[in-house]
Design a protein around this ligand. Structure first.
Ligand SMILES: C[S@@+](CC[C@H](N)C(=O)[O-])C[C@H]1O[C@@H](n2cnc3c(N)ncnc32)[C@H](O)[C@@H]1O
Length: 145
């Protein structure tokens, strides 16, 4: 039987990344908002597929090691969360061969995150400009070896 791909969104707020199966946010307000927003947009069935929990991404993620195929964290690192503290926790819960994707604002922050990812152990780290929200947005991706 084909096993389900598990995808964690860290700090989803009201807009978790597409395909998210699990979401973790520090704020209960955001968790409730997420539920309401996605319930309206996707209907009850799709909404029920996201399991979310409250946790502080700087302190640890409430999942076992090597669990997720994908971790996303958009518009959170740097502005809300210390990336040096949070990136190692995301690395731990990713499977070997799993992918991470960050959306961040600002070239200096993006470069700092690239360095932090490499020192954590991510390989294939790649940074590209994105104009998703702002001119100075960057998407950074990498893989856990
Ligand atoms: C600007 S919103 C980003 C929402 C969404 N990812 C997006 O791109 O639209 C930032 C989110 O990070 C969450 N957050 C802030 N500090 C956090 C922490 N220490 N751990 C987990 N989530 C946190 C906030 O509660 C909020 O939902």
């Amino acid at each position: 039987m084909k096993s389900k791909r598990l995808s964690l969104d860290v700090g989803p707020g009201p807009s978790p990344a597409r395909g998210t199966t699990h979401a973790v946010d520090v704020s209960n307000d955001f968790v409730e908002l997420l539920g309401n927003t996605r319930r309206r947009e996707w209907g009850d069935k799709a909404f029920k597929r996201i399991r979310y929990r409250l946790a502080d991404a700087e302190k640890g993620l409430p999942y076992r090691d090597d669990l997720f195929d994908r971790v996303t964290c958009n518009n959170v690192l740097g502005s809300y969360v210390d990336s040096h503290k949070a990136i190692p926790h995301m690395y731990k819960v990713l499977k070997h061969g799993g992918h991470v994707s960050f959306l961040v604002y600002g070239a200096a922050l993006a470069e700092d995150i690239v360095r932090s990812m490499r020192s954590t152990g991510f390989v294939g780290v790649h940074k590209r400009s994105s104009d998703k929200y702002e001119d100075d947005d960057y998407v950074i991706t990498g893989t856990k070896k």
